[in-house]
Design a protein around this ligand. Sequence first.
Ligand SMILES: [Zn+2]
Length: 265
Amino acid sequence: MFRRADLDGFEVEAVSRNVARVSYATSLMKKGVLISTTEHILSAFMGTGIDNAIVELDNLELPILDGSAQPFVALIQKAGIRKQRRARNYLRIRRQLELREGDKFIAVYPGESYSVSYSINFPHPLIGKESFTLELENGNYLREVAPARTFGSREDERAMRNMGLIRGAAPENCIVLSKTGIENPPLRFEDEFVRHKILDLIGDLALLGRQILGKVVADRAGHAMHTALVSRLLRDRTLWEETTVEDGNTRATPIMACSPAPNPA
Ligand SMILES: [Zn+2]
């Protein structure tokens, strides 16, 4: 749940029905109130196993910080995680759903755990084809995906600034691509680009409102296709069923061990 402290605490739920516009980032809107660029913080919640949280902000956009989910993860760990008594709800995929749009592809298949695979083919000498698969368990997200930063090229920068986008872009908050390499080395991973796409996808899939038990596969997709998968899934109740660890015969394990909640101040 996002809460706009500058608008009398107006609340916008992080759910599919509030998805507003989706291009370079995912934005939510309810009754004209905007929450922009939600994917990195929602990804951090999914990656740390958080189902319920209130995010208060005093503006319409989440801060970009270093361009990854790492600073959000650090803040979540600092705040502490409280284990709740109610069993966690999972959305268990029963039938596959595949969406295609030109050479873009996204799909979800039945599976006993939550895994995400991504492939990109980016016309840049440093990137080209990259693929990565993440099993969301045992802290994998924190090690392998959370630190991966967003990226952009100098060439696109001017056009995007003219559209009023990325006004805060700086070498401190993204990987800056030049024609042949990057302007602000080093990379945090050799394949940091595709890892960031996984980070984004996990953040967009959080708009399902439940963790997935299934395999998600994406190829050259983006926020629009990520959120299209979410709304198509939610619309068709024959594709999935709701389950909890207790009644489901799954090997679902906590994504991150719970730390004790801090004493209320
Ligand atoms: Zn991103």
